[in-house]
Design a protein around this ligand. Structure first.
Ligand code: NAG
Ligand code: NAG
Ligand code: NAG
Ligand code: NAG
Length: 509
C-alpha cells in the first residue's frame, strides 16, 4: 500500500467524522502548486418556503485555501467556522468522495463545504457565493428563488353579501405568492351566472343580479406551489315575489280533494295569502294552506259546486308583491287526439281521443273538414294555392260513461279519469288531408274546443303512401328514421372503444 493511499483513507475517515479541522490536518500534504477548482457549478435553485436547501460547494484540492460563503457583502462562513448568527444556517463538509466504496483514489481527494439553509423564507432569495481565497479569488454563485404558496390576503366581503335585484355586484380576492398566483372564481353546486364553470381574474362582476345569481361563490388562488388557497362569499339577492302556477286550470270533481299550487320565488321568504275571487281564505275545515320550500299549496277538501271559480295566491315581501291566478273547475280538460295521423283506409278513418274529467262525459262534439279543391293528390301536385273551406262537419257522440269505459288508463292527477273515445268518419276521399277538433261535455258543462288535429286517408296508389300533402306538419315523425340509426352507430363505436381501452388501461396501470 502506497503512502498516498494511506493518506486517502485517512482523509475519508476525517470527512466521515465531519471533522472541522480537516483543512488544517491536511496542511502541507497537498502541493501548493496545484490551485483548486470547483467540482460543483453555480446553479439556480427554486425552493418552496419552509423547506431546507443545501447549496453545494465541492472543490478539488482544498489544500490550505479558505473557503468562504457570502451573501452580498455579508460573510456567512469562513473555512470551518460559521460566522452568521442565523441558527438556520449550517456548514456541511462536502463528502470527500462521491463513491460509496472508500479507498478508490481516483474518486476521492476533493473537499469543500456545503451551506445548509433550513426553513427558507421569501427574504432568503438571492445570490449565494462560494469563494476560495486563492491569490486571485475564484467563486461560484448559486441563486436561490423562493417559491411561496398562493395565499389570499384580501377578500372584498367577509360576511354574506346582500344586494337588491338588478344591482351590480363586484367581488374581489387579492392574493400573493411566487410565482404570481392565478385567481379563479366558481360557484358551489352551480355554474356561474354567465354559464361558465369558472372564470379567472382578481375580481368578478355580476351585472343585474337576480335570483339566479344568488349562491356561494369561491375564489381560489393557485400557483403550483403547495396548497390552493380559497375563500367563500355568499351572495343573497333580495327581490320581490315571482309567482308561477303549477297548473293554471285545475280539473276536479264534486267530493274530491283539490290542490291549487303556486311556485313562489322571493328573498326574503314571502307571506302568501289565498283568495277566492276577492275573499281571503282562512284555514277552515274546508281549506288548508301549506308551504314546502317555494311550493305553496291550497288544499280544498270535499269540493262542492260552490268551490269552482277563480282563485289567486298573493305573495308579498319587503321588495314587492306577486300574484298567481288559478281556476278550479269541474269541466273536462282539453281533448287530445291519439289516432295515427296517416289512416289505414282510403275512404274512412278511425279517429280517437281522450279527455281528463272526473265527472263522466255525457257527450262529445266532433268536427272535421277538408281542403276545398282536393280531388286526389295527382291534380294537386303543382298547385300553389291552398284554399280551405271553412265550414266544419260535425257529429254528436254520446259519452261511454266511466264504468263502461273500456279504455281505462291511469289518471294523470288525483280524482280525474282519462276518458277515451273513438269514432269512424266515413265517406272520405283517398290521400286527402283533413282537420278535426273535438269538445266534451260533462255535468259541469262543455270544455274548450281542442286544438286542430290533422289526418290523411290512405292513397289509391301504394307507391305514394306518404306523399306530402296540404298539411305537411304531421309527416315529420316517421321520416326521422335516420337519427336512431346514427345514434346506434355512435353507441356501437363507444362500446368498441371501451372494449379496447379497458384492457389497455389495466395492462398499463
Ligand atoms: C262533503 O260535502 C257534502 C255537502 O256538500 C256532505 O254531504 C258530505 O258529507 C261531505 N263529505 C265529507 C267526507 O266531508
Ligand atoms: C275568472 O277569471 C276570468 C279571467 O281570468 C274571467 O273571465 C271570469 O269571469 C272569472 N270568473 C269568475 C267566476 O269570476
Ligand atoms: C278505433 O280505434 C280504437 C283504438 O284507438 C279501437 O279500440 C277501435 O276498435 C277502433 N274502431 C274500429 C271500428 O276499428
Ligand atoms: C302544373 O304542371 C303542369 C304539367 O305538369 C304544367 O303544364 C302546369 O303549367 C303546372 N302549373 C303550375 C301552376 O305550375
Amino acid at each position: 500500500m502506497s503512502a498516498f493511499s494511506v493518506w486517502v483513507l485517512f482523509a475519508v475517515f476525517y470527512a466521515a467524522q465531519g471533522a472541522p479541522n480537516f483543512p488544517s490536518s491536511s496542511d502541507g500534504l497537498v502541493p501548493e502548486g496545484k490551485p483548486p477548482s470547483f467540482v460543483t457549478p453555480g446553479q439556480k435553485y427554486r425552493i418552496a418556503t419552509g423547506s431546507t436547501v443545501v447549496l453545494p460547494c465541492r472543490i478539488t484540492q482544498p489544500g490550505s485555501y479558505v473557503l468562504v460563503w457570502k451573501r452580498g457583502i455579508a460573510v456567512l462562513t469562513a473555512g470551518p467556522v460559521k460566522v452568521t448568527p442565523d441558527p438556520r444556517v449550517r456548514l456541511l463538509p462536502s463528502p470527500v468522495s462521491t463513491s460509496s466504496i472508500p479507498g478508490i483514489p481516483e474518486l476521492s481527494g476533493g473537499g469543500g463545504y456545503s451551506l445548509e439553509l433550513k426553513d427558507v423564507k421569501p427574504q432568503d432569495a438571492g445570490d449565494y457565493v462560494c469563494q476560495i481565497g486563492t491569490m486571485d479569488p475564484i467563486e461560484i454563485t448559486h441563486t436561490l428563488e423562493i417559491l411561496v404558496p398562493a395565499r389570499i390576503h384580501y377578500v372584498s366581503h367577509t360576511g354574506p353579501l346582500e344586494v337588491l335585484q338588478g344591482a351590480t355586484v363586484k367581488m374581489e380576492c387579492r392574493s400573493s405568492g411566487n410565482p404570481v398566483p392565478t385567481v379563479s372564481w366558481s360557484r358551489k353546486n352551480n355554474v356561474l351566472p354567465s354559464g361558465e364553470r369558472s372564470v379567472s381574474g382578481q375580481s368578478m362582476v355580476i351585472q343585474h343580479a337576480d335570483r339566479h345569481s344568488a349562491g356561494q361563490y369561491e375564489c381560489a388562488a393557485e400557483n403550483g406551489v403547495g396548497q390552493i388557497d380559497s375563500r367563500h362569499i355568499t351572495l343573497n339577492v333580495l327581490y320581490g315575489p315571482e309567482v308561477e302556477t303549477e297548473r293554471a286550470t285545475v280539473h276536479t270533481g264534486i267530493g274530491l280533494e283539490a290542490q291549487l299550487v303556486c311556485i313562489v320565488h322571493a328573498e326574503p321568504s314571502p307571506q302568501v295569502l289565498w283568495f277566492k275571487d276577492t275573499a281571503q281564505l282562512g284555514t277552515t275545515e274546508q281549506h288548508a294552506a301549506h308551504a314546502r320550500g317555494n311550493r305553496y299549496t291550497l288544499v280544498i277538501r270535499n269540493v262542492s259546486t260552490a268551490d269552482f271559480g277563480n282563485y289567486s295566491c298573493v305573495a308579498s315581501n319587503a321588495h314587492g308583491k306577486g300574484r298567481g291566478q288559478l281556476i278550479l273547475t269541474g269541466i273536462a280538460g282539453l281533448a287530445v287526439f291519439d289516432s295515427p295521423p296517416i289512416g289505414t283506409e282510403k275512404d274512412f278513418y278511425n279517429i280517437s281521443w281522450s279527455v281528463n274529467s272526473h265527472a263522466a262525459i255525457i257527450e262529445y262534439r266532433l268536427y272535421y273538414r277538408k281542403p276545398k279543391h282536393h280531388h286526389g293528390h295527382h291534380e294537386d301536385r303543382n298547385s300553389t294555392k291552398m284554399s280551405f273551406r271553412t265550414d266544419w262537419q260535425s257529429f254528436v257522440i254520446p259519452g261511454a260513461g266511466i264504468s263502461a269505459n273500456q279504455f281505462y288508463t291511469p289518471a294523470p292527477f288525483p280524482g280525474v279519469t282519462r276518458q277515451k273515445m273513438w269514432h269512424t268518419i266515413t265517406g272520405l276521399q283517398p290521400a286527402t288531408s283533413y282537420e278535426a277538433r273535438v269538445q266534451a261535455k260533462n255535468v259541469h258543462g262543455w270544455n274548450k274546443l281542442s286544438p286542430i288535429f290533422h289526418f290523411t286517408t290512405k292513397s289509391n296508389d301504394m307507391d305514394n303512401m306518404i306523399e306530402p300533402s296540404a298539411q305537411p306538419a304531421v309527416y315529420g315523425v316517421s321520416q326521422q328514421g335516420m337519427s336512431p340509426f346514427s345514434s346506434g352507430v355512435r353507441s356501437y363505436i363507444s362500446s368498441f372503444f371501451l372494449l379496447i381501452l379497458v384492457p389497455v388501461f389495466f395492462a398499463f396501470f
